[in-house]
Design a protein around this ligand. Structure first.
Ligand SMILES: Cc1cc2nc3c(=O)[nH]c(=O)nc-3n(C[C@H](O)[C@H](O)[C@H](O)COP(=O)(O)OP(=O)(O)OC[C@H]3O[C@@H](n4cnc5c(N)ncnc54)[C@H](O)[C@@H]3O)c2cc1C
Length: 566
């Protein structure tokens, strides 16, 4: 139950499990394992504590979270995006990226998880198998203020006694939302049907956006799973400001398998002090899609040629570590409004005062209120030109449109949910403190740029409905249907951004398969004592924002670990 501020404080004792990275997945796993008083766990987190930090509690502070809570990475220049370097945020705090993310809560399509089951050969990853875990993790709450939300979500698909609080926005729909709803129900029902709930496994259509917010407060993994009663457990210790530099082999087991249960730690501030700890049973690596592969590579687990070139001795040649990263690129389609008058600016002091007094007002929310989940029409030429449809099934969207309105400008973001391009995470040097090289690989596969064009067409179609004729004026962004395709392409390369949804850098695959890095039970292939459980383990990016999938994966990780040992 004691909480250590540096590696110097870690007591001289043993733990059954050491969870490396107290982020989204790590918080869930530590919390679930220590529900059993027989199991002792140490959580090692590089960042500071989240508790009591207002900036991490106020949903509307998304854009002003201090840099201390961020790894502040930058990507490598993108060859296909005019060599642009993108800011690449990652949570650097207990609770990880769930403390700094956009809080959008989407599980994706049931087809996605059924594809996980197929890829891994483990039906335990299917939608039907994970659905009960979704219910266990979630605590659905009505929006504070009690507005009527009947018809805006499906009560049957939510959990009510779980940890992560999920809700719809407190504010009632405004004129823009009603226009969008009208577009779907009156004019374009066939292409953009209204869908009661995006989290039922069948997301296609126009939906009301759900967020990991409860009673106006961000519900991060640390706030939800490592709350005060959990921290008080005598079988759970947490150390913050502790940087895992590498994993060390504890020798080979009887079956001549590598046994890795030892972690080397350093103060987050750097320097040469090191401390090693060995877990009695297992190490659980949950440092996220960028840092889990970084730690594996630093330990000599990865592509041996790459490791040799960095001067790192290979202890296990696992060529796919840090490869096959999927991330979802985002662009926009915007129009001037007929009024051209922006909404009045927020009075920050008054908004903060209101939030502090009762957790209501503009700071109680962040994301847009409505989201459209669409498929690229099956007769689109892109499936002929660039190969098979990357979507997991007919129920999975390719494109997400998050509707946007600031009074003067309105439209939507366009997210490609099913990218074909893959990126990499590599080491910069053999200094464990050096930030890794993050190459997003955007548009390495030409399908992705053309799929965004299809997304822009969907946006254009949606906003061409009569419900918008007196609200939208001239388009601001390039026309996807222009006779000359170059301006749209050029603009997209200029403006595309990352959704910060990297997954798959240490992915699961079938037992015995040479693909991937992990077996279906999240154990590193060819190793005993070590699992990776976080966004890097995901074998196929879900067609939504990934935090919900990470929660489900972490819940199952805890089940797998408990059933393996107890
Ligand atoms: C700005 C932003 C916005 C996003 N918006 C959304 C959204 O709206 N909806 C959504 O679903 N998803 C969103 N995401 C993505 C989502 O938050 C992540 O996919 C998810 O939280 C990843 O969980 P994780 O457990 O894999 O990693 P993290 O939650 O990132 O956890 C990794 C943890 O490991 C720690 N760590 C790393 N290296 C070390 C080390 N060497 N030693 C010790 N500890 C270490 C980190 O500090 C961190 O706490 C967003 C992400 C970001 C960054």
């Amino acid at each position: 139950n004691v909480y250590y501020q540096s590696i110097d404080g870690i007591p001289d004792r043993t733990y059954d499990f050491i969870v490396v990275g107290g982020g989204t997945a790590g918080s869930v796993i530590a919390s679930r394992l220590t529900e059993d008083p027989r199991i002792s766990v140490l959580v090692v987190e590089a960042g500071p504590d989240n508790e009591g930090v207002l900036d991490l509690q106020i949903p509307g502070y998304y854009f002003q979270i201090p840099a201390t809570y961020n790894w502040n990475y930058e990507t490598e220049p993108g060859a296909n995006i005019h060599n642009r370097v993108l800011k690449f945020d990652r949570g650097h705090v207990l609770g990880g990226s769930s403390c700094i993310n956009g809080m959008v809560y989407t599980r994706g399509a049931s087809d996605d998880y059924d594809a996980w089951a197929k890829i891994t050969g483990d039906p335990g990853w299917s939608w039907n198998a994970l659905f009960p875990l979704y219910k266990i993790h979630e605590k659905w709450l009505p929006p504070l203020g009690g507005r009527n939300i009947t018809g805006q979500y499906d009560p049957r698909v939510h959990g009510y006694n779980g940890k992560t609080q999920v809700s719809l926005i407190q504010k009632s729909p405004d004129e823009f939302d009603l226009r969008a709803l009208n577009t779907s129900t009156q004019y374009l029902c066939k292409d953009f049907p209204f869908n009661l709930d995006p989290n039922s496994g069948t997301p296609l259509g126009l939906t009301w956006t759900q967020s990991t917010i409860g009673d106006g407060v961000r519900s991060s993994a640390s706030a939800a799973y490592l709350d005060t009663p959990v921290r008080a457990r005598p079988n759970l210790d947490i150390v913050v400001n502790a940087y895992a530099t590498r994993l060390l082999s504890s020798g080979t087991e009887k079956k001549k398998q590598l046994d890795i249960r030892t972690i080397e730690l350093a103060p987050r501030s750097g320097g040469t002090t090191r401390k090693t700890l060995t877990a009695e049973k297992e190490l659980i690596l949950s440092a996220g899609a960028i840092n889990s592969p970084q730690i594996l590579l630093n330990s000599g687990i990865g592509d041996s040629a790459d490791l040799t070139s960095m001067g790192i001795q290979t202890i296990l040649n696992l060529p796919n570590v840090g490869k096959d990263m999927s991330d979802q690129p985002v662009t926009v389609a915007l129009w001037n409004t007929t009024s051209g008058v922006p909404f009045p600016l927020l009075d920050p002091a008054a908004a903060l005062e209101q939030w502090k007094s009762n957790h209501t007002g503009p700071l109680s929310a962040f994301a847009t209120r409505q989201t459209i989940w669409s498929r690229i029409p099956s007769n689109s030429t892109i499936f002929k030109r660039f190969g098979p449809d990357p979507a997991s099934g007919e129920g999975a969207p390719h494109i997400e449109l998050s509707l946007y309105d600031d009074g003067a400008v309105a439209g939507t973001s366009i997210i490609l949910l099913t990218p074909k391009s893959r990126g990499t995470v590599k080491l910069r040097s053999n200094n464990p403190f050096d930030p890794p090289r993050i190459d997003l690989g955007y548009f390495n596969n030409p399908f992705d740029l053309e799929a965004l064009r299809e997304g822009a067409r969907l946006a254009k179609q949606f906003f061409s409905a009569p419900s918008w004729s007196d609200y939208l004026a001239a388009p601001i962004t390039a026309d996807p249907d222009a006779a000359d395709p170059a301006p749209f392409e050029d603009n997209t390369r200029d403006f595309v951004l990352t959704t910060l949804h990297p997954v798959g850098t240490a992915a699961m695959s079938a037992r015995g398969s040479k693909a991937g890095v992990l077996d279906p039970d999240l154990r590193v292939k060819g190793v005993t004592g070590l699992r990776v459980a976080d966004a890097s383990s995901i074998p196929l990016i879900p067609t939504g924002h990934p935090q919900a999938a990470v929660y489900a994966l972490a819940e199952r990780a805890a089940v797998l670990i408990k059933s393996a040992w107890y």
